[in-house]
Ligand binder design. Sequence first.
Ligand SMILES: Cc1cc2nc3c(=O)[nH]c(=O)nc-3n(C[C@H](O)[C@H](O)[C@H](O)COP(=O)(O)OP(=O)(O)OC[C@H]3O[C@@H](n4cnc5c(N)ncnc54)[C@H](O)[C@@H]3O)c2cc1C
Length: 398
Amino acid sequence: MKSKYDMLIVGGGPAGAIAAKTAAEAGCTVCLIEKRPAIGTPIRCAEGVGREILEEFTRPDPRWISSSIERAKIIVPNGTAIRLDQDDPGNAVGYILDRKVFDRELVWQAAEAGADVFVKTRATAPIMEGGAVRGAKVISIGTPIDIRADVVLAADGTEAQFARRAGLDTTVPLREIMSCTQYLLTDIDIDPVSTDFYLGNDIAPEGYLWVFPKGERTANVGIGISGRKSRDGSRAKDYLDRFIAENFPGGKTIEAIVGGVPVCQPLPCTVADGLMVIGDAARVVDPLTGGGIGNAMFTGRLAAKVAAEAISAGDCSKKTLMPYDVGWRASRMGASLTRNYKIKEFFITLDDRKLNVLADSIASIGLAEFSVSALIKELIKRNPKMLFELGALKSSLS
Ligand SMILES: Cc1cc2nc3c(=O)[nH]c(=O)nc-3n(C[C@H](O)[C@H](O)[C@H](O)COP(=O)(O)OP(=O)(O)OC[C@H]3O[C@@H](n4cnc5c(N)ncnc54)[C@H](O)[C@@H]3O)c2cc1C
């Protein structure tokens, strides 16, 4: 490990890995540090990703694809299922990954491009000089070291401690943290090419429950509920256990995880002098779906490109790094975060009766286009009175 790099990346998830690869390919000296002893484990993810976004970053490889998905079903409390198929299977629907292998693959690609990678290496605090970030204090396998860098990319996920310690407010309101529990369940009867989403206040208050297939008889069966709904006897695990007892009584749990997903608005600003915040740490998880893999990779790549230019210009001030913040907000991803936040805020106000009415209104029509916009457009068309609040969004739903 050198004591000075062009770029230091804190966190070896998809955001950090893509950033490290992009920066190394741009000719920067790059150091990626990961606090865990191994990249990719333990996973904290249901592992679903759209095909289009995935293929923008890497070629799908059977070594880390558990399932190819052809449709999705949204199931409401009365049992009605909205089925979303598409003519071109997998386009927007995508894959269920094996993230243990996938995350490693991304980091391998970064290392191959020239990035230095260190595991069991935790950033404990930013090195601050004159209000600017100039590197990080780290503990690498028990040894304290200072790593200096022109730019630090905070890719440390939901906890977002690094940016907080550098002075950015990364707090997420309790109601906007999805409290999640997931089991990898095997020996269960599932539709192996469908991702199933269960909605309802008795099933997953202000959240949803998912069944994402990882083979013919195995699936990630998980749940996210609003942090404010979580209390003794009604935690995410309690809801999930009830669902599994009813629906998959013979299932065997071979892995269990818990985690939090921020479904709030993105940070008001994702850059500071010498610092850029990417992925979950920047709060760019899709607030409606809780999906963050694609957005993590997108922000990681954009940040690394802007940082590489700033480094070669010899100016890593907030002003010079700002095109990253402006760029992702102006992108399709930025627009969809804004739109989906509004949709999420609306949908969590619906009681089960309204959810049933909405689902019944479109359950019988086949929705060939698998997208949030297509679904919402159709719902507004068929329920103009109930969804008039969302009508204002209609023009942006393209
Ligand atoms: C239960 C659950 C289900 C989910 N399901 C999906 C899904 O189906 N599809 C989807 O797209 N998204 C899903 N997500 C969200 C997805 O996992 C994240 O959006 C994605 O992993 C974000 O990538 P990232 O690189 O920003 O952060 P992470 O993948 O969280 O990576 C951050 C890394 O930083 C490391 N780190 C933290 N602090 C430090 C430090 N101080 N020093 C060094 N390293 C540090 C961590 O150990 C971690 O490896 C889910 C999340 C949860 C919790």
